[in-house]
Design a protein around this ligand. Structure first.
Ligand SMILES: Cc1cn([C@@H]2O[C@H](COP(=O)(O)OP(=O)(O)OP(=O)(O)O)[C@@H](O)[C@H]2O)c(=O)[nH]c1=O
Length: 631
């Protein structure tokens, strides 16, 4: 039985103990760990005086023992282990390091020094995670040490020699074995007993827990409906710090030599708790932990320069359903995900690494797993899934945006360039094929679900008895309104091609408020009667002329006292502050004849058709809300 679940994390791995010590083998076997024993050939001859503290010597020796085994297995035996564990135990007294005695005289010399005094036993441990890339061994080193204080009684010469003649001291640091006859020499032990015996099991398990279950750096803020990450920053989706963890991992780098390299060629960190990745350079940090040179970089511009790469990386990982696979089966290695989705291992690894660095995934020695944000927003069945909109962005908006230059020059939509056919009516384009239609509806559904609560609650709508959501698509907002206002009868009015496909998007369960779907074209057909007309993300699709047609139709059926609710991204009047909305306006340019508008512009449009008392609420979500009443 394995009491500590972290040891279970090693079950499926090729674990190697790089030690000949029978005590270490026994300690680890006793707790159910399965491993191969490959004793290290590393000679314990590091120059002790070159280490500032004795434990640094033990840690470095442990690391070199383990690295020697990892390299030998990789090169000579062509068997790259997953994890190699190395350890080194030393005894220190009066600032002297005692290792294993070379002969009986040496044992006597050591035991005499320890006699009647307190000394320290340090065990340094290195856990090396190995992988093979392009036939090169890659290693990630985690190391630590444990100290235990031991006090010997006052021992007679006779007893010391009797103990030495027992043969027990010869293969043990400090010349004694606390677990056997040597236990009789000991007055007290302060600290981990097993650390003295040769392996600090407790600290080892804690270290594994840190490695395999790293604490979340930030709690995900689950507001009732969290805002979609704005294009201003890529940090919003991250569960962690915006910087990669490399900075944190290299804290304490001041203890490195000037090259930042240890004798193995790996980057070393003498802090006992560090996880060290080979092959990274160590940035010089200022007091805020920010590299001095990085602080001077035009980070905003660099972020924008790379922004499309980051978007595309997320789109492709979404399209290939990597987040879905990781939600179900993570953590997974790149090779496993590549097999699942039928992609190359090298390409998949790079994509996953990029997603991890962007904060979408977590990368541990076990492989990649989703962050909470990825589970919530990027999986196709996530609580607030944006998968539909991401696929729409990848397949539809991306090709249109590659023609932004032409759109700006010509001032018109670019569907013909992006998709090789003459632009017809916007929605005829979307609905010409079942596949494109489904994709578009899924995209609209994503955004509607994300925004519905904030739209529905921006104003108190409880006075209304009936509402008609014109262009209400899958009914996501209608359902939310029905939930919040049980006395409100909501009708969705949309094109027949849309209404025919809404069943897939209906919420499961009997408890959802009934929504009526009516097909029709709001430019041509009669509109259903209602106290409240809703236009959510409709007006931005159209030029002013078309909006006048639609508003005059609504105005004609609207009795005095009935109201219109618009849900749109509302620009500030000077059109200079809201980058998400301004970029959305470019999005409208490349694919529609519409645009995003300011509050004043919407007010003017509405007032021309007899609507008054125009109130605007900025929700902080993707859509803002405007409410006005028929005078
Ligand atoms: C103080 C003390 C030490 N030891 C053993 O001392 C060796 C230390 O030497 P090492 O260099 O760390 O290990 P090794 O035996 O040479 O093996 P390795 O370096 O892993 O090849 C290890 O055995 C330990 O158990 C005991 O068994 N009981 C004790 O009370």
């Amino acid at each position: 039985m394995v009491l500590n679940p972290v040891l279970g994390k090693l079950v499926s791995k090729r674990v190697v103990l790089a030690s000949a010590s029978p005590r270490r083998q026994e300690i680890l076997t006793n707790v159910g760990l399965r491993f191969e024993v490959v004793p290290s050939w590393f000679k314990e001859t590091l120059e002790k005086s070159s280490f500032a503290a004795p434990y640094e010597y033990a840690v470095e020796t442990a690391k070199q023992k383990a690295l020697e085994v990892a390299n030998r297995m990789h090169v000579k035996h062509l068997r790259t282990p997953d994890v190699v564990i190395g350890a080194d135990t030393i005894v220190t007294v009066d600032e002297q390091i005692l290792e294993k005695p070379v002969d009986k005289q040496d044992a006597y010399r050591m035991l005499s020094r320890l006699n009647g005094k307190e000394h320290s036993v340090f065990t340094g441990v290195a856990i090396i995670h190995c992988s093979s890339k392009d036939n090169q061994l890659e290693t990630e080193v985690t190391d630590f040490y444990e100290e235990t204080k031991v006090k010997f009684s006052d021992l007679s010469e006779e007893l010391l020699w009797e103990y030495i003649h027992s043969g027990e001291p010869m293969d043990k640091a400090g010349g004694y074995g606390i677990q056997a006859l040597g236990g009789m020499l000991v007055e007290y032990v302060h600290g981990d007993f097993l650390n003295v015996v040769g392996f600090p099991l407790n600290h080892f398990c804690k270290k594994l827990a840190e490695l395999y279950y790293p604490p979340p750096k930030h709690n995900v803020q689950h507001k009732k409906y969290d805002s979609i990450p704005s294009v201003d920053t890529f940090e919003n989706l991250s569960d962690g710090e915006s910087e990669s963890s490399d900075f944190t991992e290299h804290k304490g780098a001041s203890k490195l030599d000037s090259s930042g390299m240890c004798s193995s060629g790996a980057i070393c960190n003498s802090e006992n708790n560090s996880s060290i990745k080979t092959g990274f350079t160590v940035p010089l940090e200022n007091q805020n932990g920010v590299s001095e040179s990085a602080a001077k970089l035009p980070s905003k511009i660099l972020e924008l320069m790379d922004g499309f790469r980051a978007s595309k990386a997320m789109f492709v990982a979404s399209k290939l359903k990597m987040f879905d696979h990781l939600k179900d089966k993570g953590p997974l290695k790149a090779v496993d995900i590549a097999n699942e989705v039928g992609t190359s291992v090298c390409g998949t690894e790079r994509l996953l690494d990029a997603c991890a660095a962007l904060g979408l995934l977590e990368k541990t020695p076990q492989g990649y797993s989703n962050t909470d944000s990825a589970n919530t927003y990027l999986t196709s069945d996530g609580e607030c899934s944006l998968h539909g909109y991401i696929i729409h962005s990848n397949d539809h908006i991306w090709p249109l945006f590659t023609n932004l230059e032409s759109a700006v020059k010509e001032g018109s939509r670019q569907n013909h360039r992006a998709f090789g056919k003459k632009a017809e009516d916007l929605f005829k384009d979307y609905y010409h094929s079942q596949e494109v239609k489904q994709r578009f509806m899924a995209a609209m559904h994503s955004i509607a679900q994300l925004t519905a609560r904030d739209v529905a609650t921006a104003f108190d709508l409880s006075r209304f008895k009936s509402a008609c959501d014109l262009g209400g698509c899958t009914g996501a907002l209608a359902h939310e309104l029905g939930q919040i206002y049980p006395n409100l009868k909501v009708t969705v009015f949309d094109l027949p091609e849309v209404i025919a496909n809404t069943s897939y998007f209906q919420p499961p369960g009997q408890n959802t408020a009934p929504v009526t779907f009516i097909s029709g074209d709001f430019f041509k057909d009669d509109l259903p009667e209602a106290d409240l007309y809703i236009l959510s993300r409709i007006l931005h699709d159209w030029p002013d002329e078309k909006i006048h047609v639609l508003l005059s139709k609504i105005s004609a059926v609207c009795k005095p006292g009935c109201e219109i609710l618009l849900a749109e991204m509302v620009l500030d009047d000077e059109k200079k502050n809201r980058s998400t909305a301004l970029l959305q306006s470019l999005n409208m340019l490349v694919q529609t004849e519409g645009k995003e508008r300011s509050g004043s512009e919407y007010r003017a449009l509405l007032e021309q058709h007899g609507f008054a008392n125009v109130k605007i609420r900025l929700t902080g979500n993707l859509l803002d809300v405007i409410l006005c009443v028929k005078a």
